[in-house]
Design a protein around this ligand. Structure first.
Ligand code: CO
Length: 185
């Protein structure tokens, strides 16, 4: 079956503010969903995409932190029911988000994290990560908690972004703000 481009839920959509409950790996639709989630991430030129960004409440995300930097084969990493066990250090990076088109800001986060998660094969894995991969994982993990990167920026940066955020949220109807298809290049 051909992978499907999933609709993107944009800032102002209430599902982006939901804390997603742990999900079961027995879900028959899981495999298709993972394939579609990954496909949609690459089609959007993203390095990470969380389930609620495409309207699903499965507690999982996909990442491919190397994707934007190198011309190479896709290597999607799916993390199901992830738990950040510990974190330390500090790093600041400019972040963006497929659900917040046109918005970028510096975000401070721990530089190193230990995360455990379940793979699509059902294996529970624990690993310690740092660098850009750690930033991407924390950004996606936040989505599963209903948190967006703009919640974490400085007060001044928040003020600067306010108008753009309000413009995005103004497009929401009944708590939904969904974009089908690919944006214009
Ligand atoms: Co995001």
């Amino acid at each position: 079956m051909k992978p499907k481009l999933l609709p993107i839920h944009i800032y102002g959509d209430s599902i982006l503010r939901e804390k997603l409950p742990e999900c079961s790996l027995d879900d028959a639709k899981l495999k298709d969903f993972i394939r579609d989630l990954s496909y949609t991430m690459y089609q959007r030129d993203g390095v990470g995409l969380a389930a609620n960004q495409v309207g699903s409440r499965l507690r999982m995300f996909v990442i491919d932190p190397e994707w934007a930097r190198e011309e190479r084969e896709p290597n999607p990493i799916v993390m199901i029911n992830p738990v950040i066990e510990s974190s330390d250090g500090e790093t600041e990076n400019e972040e963006g988000c497929i659900s917040l088109p046109g918005i970028y800001a510096n975000v401070r986060r721990p530089a190193r994290i230990t995360i455990s998660y379940t793979t699509p094969d059902g294996e529970r894995v624990t690993e310690t990560v740092e660098g850009f991969k750690a930033v991407v994982i924390q950004h996606e993990y936040d989505h599963l908690e209903g948190v967006l990167f703009t919640d974490k920026v400085s007060t001044l940066a928040k003020l600067k972004l306010k108008r753009k955020l309000n413009d995005l949220a103004a497009q929401a109807v009944d708590g939904k703000n969904v974009r089908e298809g690919l944006p214009d290049a």
